[in-house]
Design a binder for this molecule. Sequence first.
Ligand SMILES: Cc1cc2nc3c(=O)[nH]c(=O)nc-3n(C[C@H](O)[C@H](O)[C@H](O)COP(=O)(O)OP(=O)(O)OC[C@H]3O[C@@H](n4cnc5c(N)ncnc54)[C@H](O)[C@@H]3O)c2cc1C
Ligand SMILES: *[C@@H]1O[C@H](CO)[C@@H](O)[C@H](O)[C@H]1NC(C)=O
Ligand SMILES: *[C@@H]1O[C@H](CO)[C@@H](O)[C@H](O)[C@H]1NC(C)=O
Ligand SMILES: *[C@@H]1O[C@H](CO)[C@@H](O)[C@H](O)[C@H]1NC(C)=O
Ligand SMILES: *[C@@H]1O[C@H](CO)[C@@H](O)[C@H](O)[C@H]1NC(C)=O
Ligand SMILES: *[C@@H]1O[C@H](CO)[C@@H](O)[C@H](O)[C@H]1NC(C)=O
Ligand SMILES: *[C@@H]1O[C@H](CO)[C@@H](O)[C@H](O)[C@H]1NC(C)=O
Length: 587
Amino acid sequence: MLSFYRSSLALALWTLSTAAAQTFEYVVVGGGTAGAALAARLAEASRSVALIEAGTRYESSWPLAAIPGADVLPVGSDPETNMPADWGFVTAPQPNANGRRVHFARGKCLGGSPTIESLAQWAQAVDDESYTFERVLPYYKRNAHFTPPNTTSRLENATVQYNENSFAAGNGPLEVSYSDFAMPFSTWMKLGMDAIGLPEAADFNSGHLNGSQYCTSTIKASDQSRSSSASSYLDSATSTTLTVFDRTLAKKILFDAQKNAVGVQVADSWGTLSNITASREIIVSGGAFQSPQLLMVSGVGPADELRRHHIPVVSDLPGVGQNLWDHPFFAPSYRVNVETFTRLANDFGYLAARSLEYIISHTGPLTNPVADFIAWEKIPADLRSDFSSGTQQALAAFPDDWPEAEYMSGAGYVGNFSNLLTNQPKDGYQYASILGVLIAPTSRGNISLQSADTSDPPVINPNWLATKADQELAVAMFRRIRQAFASEQMSPVVIGNEYSPGIATQEDAQILNWIRNNVMTLWHPACTCKMGVASDPLAVVDSQARVFGVKKLRVVDASAFPFLPPGHPQSSVYMLAEKIADQILSG
Ligand SMILES: Cc1cc2nc3c(=O)[nH]c(=O)nc-3n(C[C@H](O)[C@H](O)[C@H](O)COP(=O)(O)OP(=O)(O)OC[C@H]3O[C@@H](n4cnc5c(N)ncnc54)[C@H](O)[C@@H]3O)c2cc1C
Ligand SMILES: *[C@@H]1O[C@H](CO)[C@@H](O)[C@H](O)[C@H]1NC(C)=O
Ligand SMILES: *[C@@H]1O[C@H](CO)[C@@H](O)[C@H](O)[C@H]1NC(C)=O
Ligand SMILES: *[C@@H]1O[C@H](CO)[C@@H](O)[C@H](O)[C@H]1NC(C)=O
Ligand SMILES: *[C@@H]1O[C@H](CO)[C@@H](O)[C@H](O)[C@H]1NC(C)=O
Ligand SMILES: *[C@@H]1O[C@H](CO)[C@@H](O)[C@H](O)[C@H]1NC(C)=O
Ligand SMILES: *[C@@H]1O[C@H](CO)[C@@H](O)[C@H](O)[C@H]1NC(C)=O
């Protein structure tokens, strides 16, 4: 008798595991953003589906997960960060971040969907017209249930513009809205952005990312709790054909002699091995780090990397684990005269009162995911003219509507992000930052194997700031953030000179060195099992997410993106899961 932990998920079947019960039509590996959505859609159509997830319900192992304001706690850069529901991944030493090793949390500001031209580029890269903006729009809309902002509870000077048409009129499982509590600092950042040429935008979910606006969050309007793929798709699944195996680690994909993927070898939490077989297909949704890892340990990947670990080659695909994109950021900080996260972190009585407020009435600052206001731009001409010709050329490869910079509100001190809670300065001042996020990065990292066993983490090398273009872009963005804080419009809120790094940091080289010491990830790794045409040497999956060189195997998650589109990835991960689910069901 096999003993799997049964998931606590509402409608998962409790099957006593007999040999016969271990075959499903579809086996989905990974119950994250893509995997939960895809498994739920297949099961809704009465297909029998096994969902294999190494972790367990985020909300049950980390009770604060439901509180939007607690988002900043488990995600610091400190390599020793040790939180439940986190794999504890740490990067390899980063040569262009002064050799630092950085904790890479893995899992709600939605941040906006990609632009029209970036999706045209996706369609072109994979030679499939069904990826153009018009045609994927229904998949972007399908998952969400949108609730307009609460104008009664929000600050009068924090009015949100939004476009309800960007979301389906229906009832997607994912709750999308705005915090009832606007961060006061965001009202000032808005003025600063306007002052430097980023005026208020209509919204960020209609194919345009330009200018500034409050961002939608995956937040449930009625009780201001966080909405995730597990809490949304799986809880609302009304199917009885979905079986969730949580605390179950996929060790290997099993192939038959014809290279059909036929099963997944898994280990339960005691390490007992067993096989779960699929009569139709296996779908890998392990995320940008672990999907390529699982493929490689199963014999699908660069032949030399596989041989180094004595793994028999099933399909030699040089692109597996390569082409890693990410959105790195850094954040200068200032003293300000509005209340920020600094007070929550340093004033225990205040935190306790606000926590009580959250628990009793679901209101107050803890309903805010801390970063609630964002802005997008291409670097304007005056700073652009300082770019080397190589950088100008590299940036010209991005479409006209693809922003290079994202600026995010960060109502607190950031520094190197090692631990936002303990690192707030304790001098009685309130702190605020504007994060600069590289949205058109040209450095590419990679994922390789530490061993042939998925119990060991893969080697994660994001390679941030490796190109001159990224370095020059980062310095220009830093100067833009300074311009905003120095604007007359922001002067009433700013106290004194820049706090971090401080006004002594002036030369490009000094600024770059400070950025290297503080660069952090916005946790958007992607593209390590790149979608592309068969003739693309780095392509791992075709436009229907089918892995080249084998049969009955797909990769559906952020790793399958051909490139990381501008905006934040979550909406595109859902889009891809919905689109491929549709194809599987109709195909
Ligand atoms: C702290 C943080 C904040 C973020 N904020 C935002 C945001 O505001 N907006 C936004 O758009 N995006 C945000 N993201 C990014 C977004 O969450 C990811 O892009 C998205 O979740 C990727 O989805 P995925 O399905 O590719 O992978 P994941 O959601 O990572 O899912 C992969 C799943 O597979 C499981 N798994 C992996 N290997 C195995 C194995 N061998 N066996 C069994 N299970 C396995 C993992 O446990 C995980 O549950 C954030 C990410 C983090 C970490
Ligand atoms: C962050 O800065 C602190 C204090 O300067 C230092 O101890 C720590 O090692 C740094 N962490 C990272 C990840 O750079
Ligand atoms: C908006 O907020 C107010 C004040 O907190 C609250 O009384 C009201 O119920 C909220 N409205 C909605 C639609 O949630
Ligand atoms: C907006 O209103 C809040 C609450 O009164 C205040 O703290 C903040 O400073 C105001 N912002 C601006 C730009 O005036
Ligand atoms: C799982 O499948 C592999 C490969 O077909 C086989 O070698 C192994 O014995 C199977 N394990 C179990 C527990 O059935
Ligand atoms: C973005 O907005 C700026 C200022 O409003 C405008 O000059 C620019 O043309 C816009 N860019 C795009 C791609 O729409
Ligand atoms: C990953 O990238 C680093 C830095 O660019 C390089 O040194 C290393 O050889 C690469 N590893 C693999 C497996 O591609």
